[in-house]
Design a binder for this molecule. Structure first.
Ligand code: NAD
Ligand code: 89V
Length: 335
C-alpha cells in the first residue's frame, strides 16, 4: 500500500513514523508548500518524491492513499482534490471549518467509492481503548453516567503557535477529541449544553469548556476540558474517565490507572522508539489508528472514525459553540 502525505509540520512526523512501522506500507511521496520543511522531512524519512504543490503530486499519482496532515483551512480543497483523483483519504481533525464543508467533503469521497477516515486518534489511545473495550464488553453493565475529563496547564502554544491565534481554541482543537471519546463510549448525542471561558489573556480563543451531553441511549455525560489548569503532577495528555453502570463502575485515573469494579491495573502506553514523553500516549494512538485504517482497507470495512461517523463528532463541536454563545441547550438536529 503506497502512501502520500500532505503537510510536513509539527504533527505529521508522527504520522510518517507510524507509516514506516506498518507492514506492507510504503511512504512514497511528501508535499508541503514550505520547501524547507518538505526537504527536512524528505531527508529524515528517506522519501524520494517531494512536492510543494499538492495538485502536481496528485496529477503524478502512483499511490493508494493521501494522508492530509495540514491545518483545517486547507482540508476541504485537499480532500476534494484527492477525491478528484480517486484515492483513499485520511484527513486530520478538526475535519472542516463548517458543517456544510464537512458534509461536502464526505459526499465528494463517497462519490468515488473510496474510503475516507478522519484522523481522530484519541479513542485509539491504549488506555482509552482498554476502557472502551471494558464498557462495550459489558463489564459494568449498562452505563448511565460518564465523565470524560482533560485538564492541563501544558504549554501547547510553543509547538503549535496557531492554537493561540484562532477565535476558537479548546473545543475545536482538543475538546473535539474528548467529545469523540464520549461518543465512542456512550453513542450518539441528542442535545448538548456548554459553557466556555478564556482564562489565559495571551490567547484569543476559549481555553476552558464544560459540556453536558444527553446521549440518545439515555446516558448523561460531562465532557470537561481546560488548558489553563495548574496541577501537580501535570497529566498532559491524559483523558480521565469516571463511568457508572448498572453493574459497577469504571475509573481511569491519572497515571494510566484503570479500575473496573475495584480491581486496578496499569494501562500505561508503551514509549515507541520514535516517541517521547509526555506525547508517547498520543504517538502510540497514531500508530494504532493508521494500522486500523490499513486493516479496514484490506478487509473492505469502514474505519470507526470514517468521514460519515465524524460528522457526528464535528456536529458536537458546532453545537457546543452555539450553546455557549446563546446560553441554551442545543439539539444536534439544529446544526
Ligand atoms: P503545522 O502548521 O505545524 O503543519 C502544517 C503544515 O501543512 C505546514 O508545514 C504547512 O506549510 C503545510 N500546509 C498547509 N497547507 C498546505 C497545502 N495546501 N499544501 C501543502 N502543504 C500545506 O500544523 P500541525 O501542528 O502539524 O497540525 C496539523 C493538523 O494536525 C491540524 O489540523 C491539527 O489540529 C492536527 N493535530 C492533530 C493532533 C492529534 O493528536 N490528532 C495533534 C496535533 C495536531
Ligand atoms: O491533539 C491535538 O489535537 C493537539 C493537542 C493535544 C495539543 O491539543 O492539538
Amino acid at each position: 500500500m503506497k502512501i502520500a502525505v500532505i503537510g510536513c509540520g509539527f504533527f505529521a512526523r508522527n504520522q510518517m513514523h507510524a507509516w514506516q512501522d506498518i507492514d506492507g506500507v510504503k511512504l512514497v511521496a511528501l508535499c508541503d508548500r514550505d520547501a524547507g520543511r518538505l526537504a527536512d522531512a524528505a531527508q529524515a524519512f528517506g522519501v524520494a518524491r517531494s512536492y510543494t504543490d499538492a495538485a502536481q503530486m496528485l496529477a503524478d499519482g502512483g499511490f493508494d492513499v493521501v494522508d492530509i496532515a495540514t491545518t483545517v483551512d486547507s482540508h476541504r480543497p485537499l480532500v476534494e482534490l484527492a477525491a478528484a483523483h480517486g484515492v483513499h483519504v485520511i484527513c486530520q481533525k478538526p475535519f472542516a471549518l463548517t458543517m456544510a464543508d464537512a458534509r461536502a467533503m464526505v459526499a465528494a469521497v463517497e462519490a468515488t467509492g473510496k474510503t475516507l477516515m478522519v484522523h481522530e486518534n484519541f479513542r485509539w489511545q491504549s488506555a482509552i481503548r482498554a476502557a472502551i473495550d471494558a464498557v462495550r464488553g459489558g463489564a459494568i453493565g449498562t452505563p448511565f453516567f460518564g465523565r470524560v475529563s482533560f485538564r492541563s496547564g501544558y504549554d501547547v502554544f510553543s509547538g503549535q503557535p496557531y492554537l493561540a491565534e484562532g477565535e476558537r481554541f479548546i473545543i475545536e482543537d482538543l475538546g473535539i477529541h474528548i467529545l469523540d471519546i464520549s461518543r465512542a463510549l456512550f453513542g450518539d448525542v441528542e442535545r448538548i449544553t456548554a459553557t466556555t471561558r478564556r482564562i489565559n489573556p495571551a490567547i484569543k480563543g476559549e481555553d476552558v469548556a464544560t459540556m453536558l451531553l444527553a446521549h440518545k441511549d439515555g446516558v448523561t455525560s460531562v465532557v470537561d476540558c481546560s488548558y489553563t489548569t495548574r496541577r501537580t503532577p501535570e497529566t498532559f495528555p491524559e483523558s480521565l474517565l469516571e463511568i457508572d453502570g448498572t453493574k459497577g463502575t469504571l475509573r481511569l485515573d491519572a497515571g494510566y490507572r484503570l479500575t473496573v469494579d475495584g480491581v486496578t491495573r496499569d494501562v500505561s502506553p508503551p514509549v515507541l522508539d520514535w516517541a517521547e514523553r509526555p506525547w508517547h500516549n498520543i504517538q502510540e494512538s497514531v500508530l494504532l489508528i493508521q494500522q486500523h485504517f490499513v486493516d479496514c482497507l484490506r478487509e473492505g470495512r469502514q474505519p470507526e472514525t470514517s468521514g460519515q461517523d465524524n460528522l457526528q463528532t464535528f456536529a458536537l463541536v458546532e453545537a457546543a459553540y452555539l450553546s455557549a454563545r446563546e446560553a441554551r441547550s442545543v439539539p444536534l438536529s439544529e446544526v
